[in-house]
Design a protein around this ligand. Structure first.
Ligand code: GAP
Length: 459
């Protein structure tokens, strides 16, 4: 226990135990504090801030890029690396109108846009409950369908023949490459194609920090199945995806599954359920799991003239697979992980902010902290750093007192700090300090990597 940590003049002193977690700040403050932390510590910055900011776009700073990458890697590991039935893809972001004509997005990917007659602000009709959030008026123009896709032109001519779209979902890349993947991998249904990447939607009301933005990242998988097995795989993926969030530390009481009512379903879906997180403003979507039926493959087959089906040599049957699609937002999920992890407690009677984020997601898994700036500690500290860097994301910090440095690492979620002190030069040991309990143990440098890997694997 941290109270019982050996007190020794050459080593970092004990901090006092961490008081039991308080459950963090109330909902209304939580959002403000997490947004503040993101800016202060370099997780997320407003895009083009020096020019006054570009609304609804964000840049991921030195810590945010690590966290976001870890979220995507954890998804890829679960969805591709640890499976034999799913392969990856990285398709183009720019695509021709034919793709979106066939997919139905040109006709259907719209939100109902209304203008307030009093203050002339524009809103998404289905999000405002009949009252203007700006001025309280209940008088609006007739709703008109506003297409959410970003349109641009490929090449020097800005004419109709050069129109291209930024993809509003990564999914279509998987459908239009269905035969390429089938032929090159010799997979057969049930099998999936997974992709992580940017998508773009010209949202009418982007809001809640990175929850709804115009440029965001998705993690999607299209799982192609024999039609008769669609319901089975739908339920299978609901459970898999729900458990993925639990396994990475989202508390069970902040997570739920919600089945869509028939009038909520997207134009392609025969059934959808959302994994929802309890955000500070209430339950909201992290991920949708949909039964897209054979809608997309059939639509692209009809429009392109290519056969997008599967011939099963064991039954001599040719069929168009159904698709079960778990579609998550990487940036939105990252925000949920931050909100779920943010906490405030006390250590040794002093308040601290601590990000109790899963070690696999933490921007740094380890911080290497020489106890003092004295030159004599540097060679061993550098050796420890170089021992760990090939295997783990490591921060190295020599500034300020050790207590302040522990607090800084707690605030950014670093699960373990390794302190090199004057005794280390004699006994070859270092102190490993745990973020959540503040417990300190002495570990020989030779066994340090195994110790840290063991702790990581145990989570
Ligand atoms: N291919 C199906 C599809 O795109 P979706 O429910 O529209 O389904 C999937 O999007 C996920 O992408 C959402 O659950 C959400 O996490 C994320 N997402 C969608 N729009 C977003 C936006 N404007 N900003 C951030 N994330 C978004």
């Amino acid at each position: 226990m941290s109270d019982e940590a050996p007190s020794h003049p050459g080593r970092p002193g004990p901090e006092g135990a961490a008081a039991p977690a308080t459950g963090g700040p109330a909902s209304e403050d939580l959002m403000e504090r997490v947004v503040g932390l993101c800016k202060r510590r370099g997780f997320i910055f407003q895009s083009a801030e020096i020019y006054g900011g570009f609304r609804s776009t964000y840049d991921y700073g030195p810590l945010g890029v690590n966290l976001l990458r870890n979220v995507k890697n954890a998804w890829w590991e679960a969805m591709v690396q640890r499976r034999t039935d799913v392969v990856g893809l990285d398709a183009a972001i720019l695509s021709p109108p034919a793709v979106w004509q066939a997919s139905g997005h040109l006709a259907n990917f719209t939100d109902p846009l209304v203008d307030c007659r009093a203050c002339h602000q524009r809103w998404r009709q289905d999000k405002i409950g009949g009252v203007c959030p700006n001025c309280g008026s209940t008088e609006f123009t007739e709703a008109r369908a506003f297409n959410l896709m970003f349109k641009t032109h490929a090449g020097p001519l800005e004419d109709e023949g050069a129109v291209a779209y930024l993809r509003p979902e990564t999914a279509q890349g998987m459908f239009v490459n269905f035969v390429n993947v089938l032929q090159t991998t010799r997979k057969k249904p049930p099998f999936g194609i997974a992709q992580v990447g940017k998508s773009f939607r010209n949202e009418i009301t982007p809001q809640n920090f990175v929850f709804r933005t115009r440029e965001f990242e998705q993690m999607e998988m299209e799982y192609f199945v024999p039609p008769a097995e669609a319901q089975h795989w739908f339920e299978y993926w609901l459970a898999e995806r729900f458990n993925w969030y639990l396994g990475l530390g989202i508390p069970a009481d902040k997570l739920r599954l919600r089945h869509h009512d028939p009038d909520e379903l997207s134009h392609y879906s025969a059934g959808t359920a959302d994994v929802e997180f309890l955000f500070p403003w209430g339950w909201d979507e992290l991920e949708g799991i949909a039964n897209r039926t054979d809608f997309d493959l059939k639509a692209h087959a009809a429009a392109s003239g290519e056969k997008l089906d599967y011939f099963d040599p064991t039954t001599n049957e040719r069929y168009t697979p159904y698709v079960i699609e778990p579609a998550a937002g990487a940036t939105r999920t990252m925000m949920a992980f931050l909100l779920a992890a943010y906490d405030e407690d006390e250590v040794g009677g002093e308040p601290r902010t601590v990000l109790r984020i899963h070690p696999r997601l933490a921007p740094y898994q380890v911080a290497v902290l020489p106890l003092s700036k004295k030159d004599s500690l540097e060679p061993l500290s550098r050796r420890v750093l170089e021992l760990l860097q090939p295997h783990l994301m490591v921060d190295y910090d020599v500034t300020q007192g050790i207590g302040k440095r522990y607090r800084r690492q707690d605030e950014i979620g670093t699960p373990w700090c390794v302190t090199i002190d004057f005794d280390s030069l004699e006994d070859g040991g270092v102190t490993v300090r745990d973020r959540d309990s503040t417990e300190q143990v002495r570990v020989p440098v030779d066994g340090l990597l195994d110790e840290l890997r063991g702790r990581l694997d145990a989570r």
